[in-house]
Design a protein around this ligand. Structure first.
Ligand SMILES: CC(C)(COP(=O)(O)OP(=O)(O)OC[C@H]1O[C@@H](n2cnc3c(N)ncnc32)[C@H](O)[C@@H]1OP(=O)(O)O)[C@@H](O)C(=O)NCCC(=O)NCCS
Length: 204
């Protein structure tokens, strides 16, 4: 059985097992503390019956200044939610916990009237990209050299305020699309070459 509750300060001393994962962005303790103080309702943790932390997700709210519509119709896209981190302990993946935590953040952002949710993900983190796509997120733009060692995507999910999907109107353009496809091809060629090299080395 799993309980989902708000992340508490002392959880920050218990979640090393979760954050020391190669695909989880590791932030400083001050990052977590400041987000926790500012957005306590957007920090959730899934806990096992023995109190072990199974996974957590943290979000923030960002005030927008983008104008929607024109003329008399103009309004400001008030705010959007941002998922700063979601990570599940490797022992508890593919049990629906990631979905549960992401749905919890989304529900809170819906209630608060945010227009959309966005997040950043590494290009090479194909499993997470698939996971987000299943939750309805779409690749919004390609982020060249966003990470020290990788490219990234911003992914967005319109919320019910954004009936016309305005937040996706300036979605990834063709050049960025080709560029990102090129990067993925390059990545694939590198992996194939590495595997070939290892196979040859093993034969010698
Ligand atoms: C990505 C992550 C958060 C997913 O959490 P999770 O609890 O395992 O996800 P769920 O069980 O809710 O998965 C829902 C669906 O997403 C897809 N999915 C999730 N993980 C997947 C994987 N490793 N490979 C392929 N599909 C995957 C599946 O379709 C899955 O449904 P299914 O299990 O019925 O097939 C988790 O794998 C994780 O913590 N990864 C390391 C950290 C990370 O990458 N965080 C995101 C950084 S941006």
């Amino acid at each position: 059985m799993t309980a989902v509750r708000e992340l508490a300060f002392d959880d920050l001393f218990k979640f090393n097992r979760i954050i020391f994962d190669p695909l989880t962005e590791v932030y400083s303790i001050s990052f977590f503390v400041s987000r926790l103080i500012e957005f306590p309702m957007l920090a959730k943790v899934a806990v096992a019956p023995n109190e072990q932390l199974m996974g957590f997700a943290m979000g923030t709210r960002i005030i927008n200044e983008d104008v929607v519509g024109d003329g008399n119709d103009s309004r400001v896209m008030g705010s959007h939610g941002h998922v700063s981190v979601v990570s599940i302990d490797s022992d508890f993946r593919r049990l629906g916990l990631g979905t549960l935590l992401m749905d919890g953040l989304k529900a809170k952002m819906e209630v608060d009237g945010d227009w959309y949710v966005d997040l950043f993900v590494r290009c090479k983190n194909q499993n997470a990209i698939k996971f987000y796509e299943l939750l309805g997120y779409v690749k919004y733009c390609f982020l060249s050299k966003y990470y020290v060692d990788d490219y990234g995507y911003e992914m967005r999910l319109p919320l019910s305020q954004d009936v016309e999907g305005v937040c996706l109107k300036r979605k990834v353009n063709v050049i960025e699309g080709f560029y990102s496809a090129g990067q993925e091809m390059l990545q694939l060629v590198r992996v194939v070459m590495d595997r070939l090299k290892n196979a040859i080395m093993n034969m010698l």
